[in-house]
Design a protein around this ligand. Structure first.
Ligand SMILES: Nc1ncnc2c1ncn2[C@@H]1O[C@H](COP(=O)(O)OP(=O)(O)OP(=O)(O)O)[C@@H](O)[C@H]1O
Ligand SMILES: [Mg+2]
Ligand SMILES: [Zn+2]
Length: 640
């Protein structure tokens, strides 16, 4: 047979000039019939690892995916490339499903996306049996046998049509893990693929980095013999920043205006209420913002998600319920207005930015209030004690990350057991190294003030006492008499709040549920109070300095889109893309990614041949859209 080589398909069908990272070895391994386990970060390019082998091998590639909402877009994207593809899930009515099965049996599909619960039905499995039987002559299948719908007679596999099963791809393979948040019981039954179709190569893929999940995937999917391909989980195009909260809304507004005035992004908040309030506030400020959380009815959720995917410039304000299965490539920023629950959560949520590899921002504002409310939330849940302890430890790791003065990329990766040299130039700490200061004395004052006031007051009152303010509360509790009253006048209010935040993050103080958020000392505070332990803290930037910090200026400069929004050609290219997308009812990025439009903008191709050199323009898209975009470039040159 001659389907061309992997490189030809990469170039002609996908329009890309070279493989990324391990893609080529994975493709070669699977094409040769090997099983594979692929660990690659979000946006790393896992799809090509099974799509190209499916195109190179005889028969159809069966892709198991739990993300029903995404299948339509994935199939649309493949059809745009000229690849015959379809999906089968509960969103199809019986007629449409029957049509897909018919195409499948005729050998007219190269890729079929299936929901796991659909795959596991006996009728679908026996359909696969038939495909796999590999009889070279056309044998009309017995009427209706093993199927929950009758087949038109005579429509078995035709001679000359390549048939069989090219491979099984098990996408989002971490769904087999009971410990993850995406556990799907049906995934555990997928061993049947190995038992029933031992000759068909299987490739399992995930962006979940940790070793226990990997072990569970191997065991649950019987992949002991599979070759493992583990990529770096670094996301170098994402710039991590953690900002100290003073007025979160205003800080966020400055961030949006200076860095993302026209971009799509996701804003994460902890509660439904805060999601609603934040979305409403953004709308008042003139931003195109939408809310998303589990409390909205299904229609509203669906509509908001569709607008986010299909339109441009929409900001999604959401709880963490939003995001799994959103593979919109051009999310330019992810902002956390509340703390994520863990490093895993932070990595996963921020990872939704910049899947297209273009520069993106992960921005977080955080303060003492977040530490308090997050601990309260974890402690007040009904989870068993052991589980709570694990969750508190995870939160502590995240807080350590927030307060760290080390390279953020390095800190994130180290958490997942990967080394990174640091100096990434893509995080706040590298761009603007943070001072630390010997805060031993300040810590002693702060902790002793907690102790002297009876371990039941919140931070506002504690700071009043340290600063020697005479407030009604100070009078009421007679706190002027305390030895800590007024001893902290050398530091400003904001510096004390930074001290308390960091002491809480580092575990010297805890929040007491019974006293509604009063601070209490932990055992770790004792050596500090006794003068046996030094405490070094980071020196927070002054609020005024922040607006024009180097990190933010730098990020404006580095923006691949710097100035692009003022360029009429860019606007014209986007308008053409939107027009084509609307005509076909697909998201704009299914036509061309931003990175492709950007290359057209910069190279201004004048011929179809030149257009074909642009990354992301394969043969099918060149034929379909080449002329239209050439016209846009030409019109702009002529000042039309
Ligand atoms: N060799 C390549 N050259 C250029 N672009 C590529 C290449 N491989 C993949 N891409 C692009 O990278 C983006 C991400 O790819 P893909 O959707 O396969 O990511 P993924 O690894 O499946 O991520 P996720 O875990 O989020 O599902 C896509 O836009 C894809 O077109
Ligand atoms: Mg994927
Ligand atoms: Zn760094």
């Amino acid at each position: 047979m001659n389907h061309g080589t992997a490189h030809q398909i990469l170039r002609d069908t996908f329009g890309y000039s070279s493989f990324r990272g391990a893609q080529q070895s994975i493709v070669e391994h699977v094409v040769a019939g090997g099983d594979a386990l692929v660990l690659m970060p979000t946006g790393g390019g896992k799809s090509l690892c099974y799509q190209i082998p499916a195109l190179l091998r005889d028969g159809v590639g069966i892709v198991v995916s739990p993300l029903i909402a995404l299948m339509q877009d994935q199939v649309d994207a493949l059809k745009q490339l000229g690849v015959p593809a379809a999906f089968l899930n509960s969103s199809l009515d019986a007629d449409a499903a029957r049509e897909v099965s018919r195409l499948l049996l005729r050998g007219e599909l190269k890729l079929l996306y299936v929901a796991p619960e659909r795959l596991m039905t006996e009728s679908f499995l026996s359909l696969l049996d038939r495909l796999n039987a590999g009889s070279p002559t056309p044998t009309p299948p017995p009427e209706g046998e093993g199927l929950d719908f009758p087949l038109p007679s005579g429509e078995g596999r035709r001679e000359g049509v390549r048939s069989g099963i090219a491979l099984f791809a098990i996408d989002e393979a971490h769904c087999v893990s009971q410990w993850g948040h995406d556990f799907r019981p049906e995934y555990r039954a997928l061993t049947v693929l190995y038992e029933r179709f031992p000759g068909v190569p299987r490739i399992a893929l995930t962006a979940t980095a940790d070793a226990p999940t990997r072990r569970e995937i191997i065991e649950r999917l019987t992949l002991e013999q599979a070759q493992q391909f583990v990529s770096s989980f670094d996301r170098p195009n994402i710039r991590y920043r953690v900002t100290q909260k003073n007025n979160a809304r205003q800080q966020f507004q400055v961030f949006l205006e200076s860095e993302h005035p026209n971009d799509e992004g996701i804003v994460y908040c902890l509660s439904r209420k805060k999601v609603d309030e934040t979305a409403a506030w953004l709308k008042e400020q003139g931003w195109d913002a939408l809310p998303y959380h589990a409390g909205l009815d299904a229609d509203a959720r669906h509509n908001n998600q569709t607008r986010f995917l299909r339109e441009e410039g929409v900001i999604m304000v959401a709880t963490v319920a939003f995001g799994m299965g959103i593979d919109k490539p051009n999310v330019r920023f992810v902002a956390h207005l509340d703390l994520p629950k863990s490093m895993e959560g932070y990595y996963q949520e921020t990872g939704r930015a910049g899947r297209d590899g273009l520069p993106a921002n992960a921005w977080m504002a955080y303060g003492l209030g977040d530490v308090v409310s997050m601990r309260q939330m974890l402690l007040s849940g009904d989870a068993p004690e052991a589980r709570k302890r694990v969750e508190l430890q995870k939160l502590d790791a995240l807080l350590g990350f927030c307060e760290s003065t080390a390279c953020r990329h390095q800190t994130v990766l180290r958490y997942f057991g990967e080394e990174h040299p640091g100096d990434c130039e893509q995080c706040d700490n590298c761009l603007e190294p943070v001072d630390t200061w010997d805060a031993t004395l300040a810590a002693q004052m702060a902790l002793s003030c907690v102790y002297r006031t009876g371990q039941r007051f919140g931070v506002a009152h504690l700071i009043d006492v340290l600063l020697g303010k005479i407030t009604p509360k100070v009078e009421q509790f007679n706190h002027r008499q305390l030895s800590t009253f007024g001893i902290g006048k050398d530091l400003a209010q904001s510096q004390w709040s930074s001290v308390y935040r960091q002491l809480a993050a580092a575990g010297f103080i805890n929040v007491d549920m019974e006293t509604y958020g009063g601070l209490k000392l932990t055992a770790a505070a004792r050596p500090v109070l006794r003068g046996e332990q030094e405490v070094w803290l980071r020196r927070d930037a002054e609020p005024a300095k922040r607006k024009t910090s180097k990190a933010e200026r730098g990020s404006r400069l580095r923006e691949a889109f710097a100035g692009v929004n003022e360029d009429p050609l860019w606007q014209a290219l986007k308008a053409k893309r939107m027009e084509l997308a609307r005509e076909q009812g697909v998201p704009p990025y299914v036509i061309f990614h931003d990175s492709t439009l950007l290359e057209i903008l910069n190279r201004k191709p004048q011929t179809l041949n030149e257009m074909g050199q642009i990354s992301g323009v394969g043969q099918a898209k060149l034929a379909k859209y080449g002329d239209a975009f050439l016209q846009v470039v030409e019109d702009a040159a002529n000042g039309v």
